[in-house]
Design a protein around this ligand. Structure first.
Ligand SMILES: *Cc1c(COP(=O)(O)O)cnc(C)c1O
Length: 649
């Protein structure tokens, strides 16, 4: 079934309605919008001659045989985010007459992809942007890719002697690694390495703050947090460093109160406490030069500008202002030189630049047209009751202000449906009768929604009608690979069809992924400071592509994604947006094929094929399989191994 001319089919619908329905103007900012064709557009800076049509881009990728699911990565948005972060700090420094500079670092764990780190260093180079590492593998990336001698390399995480020695030697090489002491037992190891190599590392201390954090990462602060030194431990550290003649290398104080801090007052409290610790360290004789305020700078995923966990009640500029002003105040009171300010913002820099695109493979729509030919030959009372209920709903006056009659009838319908289930279970109802009773129940729900707009009325007794009629959209992707935080920590991302926005989305739906796991679904959507379980969706038919985008998904998802059901990495396409609404594909990272994914679990493809071949020979001998069929089977397996782990057309 082809859709007819969409423009005329929905007289009450245009892109303004769609922007409202999906809050695109709220979370999309200057980067994402809708064009006149009803397609989502992407722009690095919100200017008219600098935006591209996502649908067109995906179609052109498809004609190059690069198919969804895929990650689109917009280098220009990444550049814009890094530039803005540096600009807001420059602005705050100027505004508050702060007597030092800002030097950001990028926490590698947010996205390890080589091309990504290279781009960050390229775009951040004018501001000597550096890196933050939290493991030895990340340290090796940092040492290798960070060339700017003025950029910092902040070394966090657990450190063994190997880690410590690498950082000491890298300092001799001309890099600027700062070893941040996170655990008290790192000090003897540092002293041991210093004695062995005869050289010292630059040192920092990570402090545990007692200020509260909030939301998902609440446990990152406080006495029982996993990281950082308590105040008594800091006192011991100072003493030990002094004795080992290393206090002169202690230059940095670091704290990190968790990711996605929604409420700026929490950031302010932490800053105040940390600034005092900084001042005290200076007074104790450490030549303190840097204060590192960690990550936590949040993303307004739902655009509500609230303290909900999916939002933030502050802007980038608010954040920079508070950081700079608070540190300045503490230094001023205690007459201490203002330090270089470092922040480790990962989420804030990377979220906007990536969009995950997947296509819909099919839907399960509720069938609420009842079978006219159904013959209630058993004269089942339950079925008669259900049909009676349906008739009564149909006869209701739709201008009725009072919902009590509708509620009563809907409760009746649900009760009769439950009765039919019980009767079926006991063997007194046939499968056919059960199917019919379910259809009549759905027809009742549909009839109610025809009478009144269930979405707009605040009536808890009828709220399950929407869920009853919801459709499942089957998506060509894996939640576990591509959007793991939605499964692991219930994080919500803006999810929007990337086209058809001239058409009214008349269905309510959820998404199911390709995995055989009941958790492989998306049923939590942004809703202006809250969340909702159903998303507005368009009708689906097999003849037309229907593409869905998961936006603001550039932080953390790639490294956290796993191989559940052996769905591998997707294609990643790096796009440069050029003038006059054009674009260039600057880099493609190919998806995992099946052979590559199998290899990670120690399967050799040759061995797998060989075993099947041996089995086939036995089957040929037993006359179960022909030689031609064997050839076909092996052919399918061999070509499939070289191809995507996802579904193709
Ligand atoms: C994860 C992490 C960050 C990044 O936090 P965001 O909230 O993504 O900015 C920064 N610093 C440290 C120490 C971290 O562990």
């Amino acid at each position: 079934m082809k859709r007819s001319n969409t423009k005329n089919s929905y007289p009450n619908w245009d892109i303004r309605e769609s922007i409202k329905a999906y809050d695109i103007d709220k979370w999309g900012g200057k980067y994402f919008s809708l064009n006149k064709k009803g397609n989502i557009t992407v722009s690095p800076d919100g200017t008219q001659d600098n935006n591209i049509d996502l649908l067109q881009l995906i179609k052109e990728l498809k004609s190059r045989e690069i198919n969804p699911p895929l990650i689109l990565r917009f280098n220009d948005i990444l550049k814009n985010r890094i530039t803005e972060l540096n600009h807001v700090f420059e602005g705050a420094i100027k505004n508050y007459k702060y007597n030092n500079q800002y030097k950001g670092v990028f926490p590698i764990k947010c996205n390890h992809q080589k091309n990504f780190i290279e781009k960050i260093l390229e775009f951040g180079d004018p501001w000597d942007f550096g890196l933050e590492v939290g493991s030895k593998s990340e340290l090796i990336i940092g040492l290798s890719l960070l060339d700017n001698p003025n950029s910092l390399l902040i070394c966090n995480g657990y450190k063994d002697n190997n880690y410590i020695e690498m950082s000491i030697l890298a300092r001799k090489l001309g890099k600027k690694p700062i070893l941040v002491i996170e655990q008290i037992d790192e000090i003897p190891r540092i002293i041991e390495c210093v004695n062995k190599l005869g050289d010292t590392p630059l040192l920092g201390i990570r402090t545990k703050l007692s200020s509260r954090s909030s939301g998902r990462w609440e446990n990152t602060t406080g006495d029982s947090s996993k990281f950082g030194l308590s105040i008594p431990e800091i006192m011991i550290t100072i003493k030990e460093l002094e004795q080992a003649n290393l206090l002169s290398e202690l230059q940095l104080l670091h704290f990190h109160i968790g990711s996605q801090i929604s409420d700026i007052s929490i950031i302010k409290d932490a800053l105040q406490e940390a600034s005092q610790v900084f001042v005290e360290l200076s007074k104790l004789g450490a030549p303190m030069k840097y204060i590192d305020v960690g990550g936590g700078l949040g993303i307004d995923y739902d655009g509500s500008q609230t303290t909900s966990s999916n939002s933030t009640n502050y802007t980038l500029q608010n954040y920079a202002n508070d950081v700079v002003a608070t540190i300045k105040d503490s230094c001023k009171i205690h007459k201490i030189d203002e330090p270089i300010i470092i922040s480790e913002s990962g989420r804030s820099i990377t979220s906007h630049c990536s969009v995950l695109i997947f296509n819909i493979l099919g839907t399960s729509n509720i069938n609420y047209t009842i079978d006219k030919n159904f013959n209630n030959s058993n004269e089942s009372l339950i079925i008669s009751n259900l049909l009676q209920t349906l008739e009564e709903i149909k006869e209701l006056d739709d201008t009725e202000e009072d919902y009590s009659k509708i509620i009563e009838l809907w409760n009746d319908a649900k009760k009769f449906k439950n009765d039919s289930l019980a009767t079926f279970r006991l063997g007194f109802m046939s499968l056919k009768e059960r199917a019919f009773s379910e259809q009549v129940t759905w027809a009742c729900a549909k009839e109610i929604t025809n009478k009144l707009n269930v979405e707009n009325i605040n009536c808890p007794e009828l709220s399950d009608i929407k869920d009853t009629l919801a459709s499942t959209y089957y998506g060509n992707f894996s939640v576990f690979k591509s959007i793991p935080d939605s499964w692991a920590i219930n994080q919500i991302f803006p999810i929007v069809p990337i086209h058809r926005h001239l058409e009214q989305p008349i269905f309510n739906g959820t998404f199911a992924d390709l995995t055989c796991d009941s958790d492989g679904k998306l049923n939590n959507f942004i809703d202006n400071g809250n969340s909702k379980s159903l998303l507005k969706m368009h009708s689906f038919n097999n003849e037309e592509d229907y593409f869905i985008g998961i936006f603001l998904s550039g932080a953390y998802q790639e490294a956290l994604g796993n191989l559940h059901n052996l769905f591998g990495s997707t294609n990643i396409i790096h796009i440069d947006i050029t003038q006059n609404n054009n674009y260039k594909i600057s880099n493609i990272i190919r998806e995992d094929n099946k052979a590559e994914v199998l290899k990670k679990f120690d399967y050799s493809t040759e061995e797998l094929i060989e075993k099947i071949r041996v089995n086939s020979e036995l089957a040929i001998n037993a006359n179960k399989l022909s030689i031609e069929e064997t050839r076909q089977l092996i052919g399918h397996i061999e070509s499939s191994l070289r191809k995507s782990t996802y579904l193709s057309e």
